[in-house]
Design a protein around this ligand. Structure first.
Ligand code: HEM
Length: 250
């Protein structure tokens, strides 16, 4: 943003033409960033937490891995990624299961022959990412939320290359690396500090995405507990006080 603002000033002073560094362009870049960037990232975190509520046993495994590798006294860092394969597998499974952008489109810029198929110039082609991520020939029980599908028998990550949650080709998501690292680090940080559960008086969250340009989480209610407190004196009163102490996240 600073660089863009600097260029706006520079182009004005030097009267450079054509000038793409205008206030209007800057506003549109910000709109692009919000729609394409922050919305899927926020939705990814909402789904990550939702699946932790729906699968307490998976949340427990993430807590154990994070406690063992990072502990509670320092913040998670991007260097921890490789040491947390189970937590990474959970993030990958959310990217696969939800598929935030289920379909991307392209147009053929010239007449093209691919094997037996002739694709005339101008044809719109849709890439069905959701279909690819739920193909029964590739994924066992594709509708099931199962992070283990991304771990081999030695507990190492696998099967990452057979999905495309960030699209492919020249117009692939330019922020893929940033998005993967930021969602993973936020998620690890949240699990290091908190545990998540469904309020006793609420129905479990509905994990079917809301319909729109992307697959986004429907609002849900959640109890957030401070794990420091839970692990010390708080544990004694935990059960009795659960209704009074609820914090609502969404
Ligand atoms: C979990 C988070 C994210 C997911 C799942 C995601 C996914 C995608 C997908 C599938 C596409 C379409 C790619 C294609 O047409 O082949 C896309 C495009 C794009 N994404 Fe992301 N994205 C995420 C985060 C971000 C972030 C954080 C930013 C920016 C800060 C961003 C910026 C963009 C932009 C600008 C495009 C359009 C690229 C173009 O048309 O050339 N995305 N994203």
């Amino acid at each position: 943003m600073d660089v863009f603002l600097h260029e706006i000033d520079h182009h004005k002073t030097e009267k450079i033409t054509p000038n793409y560094y205008t206030d209007e362009q800057f506003a549109m870049v910000l709109v692009d960033l919000f729609i394409t960037g922050f919305v899927p990232t926020a939705s990814c975190l909402e789904f990550l937490i939702m699946f932790m509520i729906l699968h307490p046993e998976i949340q427990k495994k993430c807590h154990e891995e994070i406690d063992m590798v990072i502990g509670r006294s320092r913040f998670p860092s991007i260097n921890d990624n490789e040491k947390l394969p189970y937590t990474q597998a959970v993030c990958l499974e959310v990217l696969r299961h939800v598929t935030f952008i289920p379909m991307t489109t392209r147009a053929a810029t010239k007449d093209t022959q691919i094997d037996d198929y002739f694709i005339p110039k101008g044809t719109i082609a849709a890439l069905n990412l959701y279909g690819m991520h739920h193909d029964k020939q590739t994924w066992e029980n594709p509708l099931e939320f199962n992070p283990d599908r991304f771990l081999d028998k030695d507990g190492k990550l696998c099967n990452q290359d057979i999905m495309l949650p960030f699209g492919t080709g020249k117009r692939t998501c330019p922020a893929e690396v940033f998005a993967r690292i930021s969602t993973f680090t936020y998620f690890t940080y949240l699990l290091q500090k908190y545990s998540f559960e469904c309020p006793s008086n609420s129905a479990p969250p509905d994990s079917t995405p809301s319909v729109g340009m992307g697959n986004y989480a429907k609002p849900y209610r959640c109890v957030v507990r401070d794990r420091q407190l839970v692990s010390s004196n708080f544990i004694a009163n935990y059960k009795d006080s659960r209704d009074e102490d609820c914090g609502t996240l969404v």
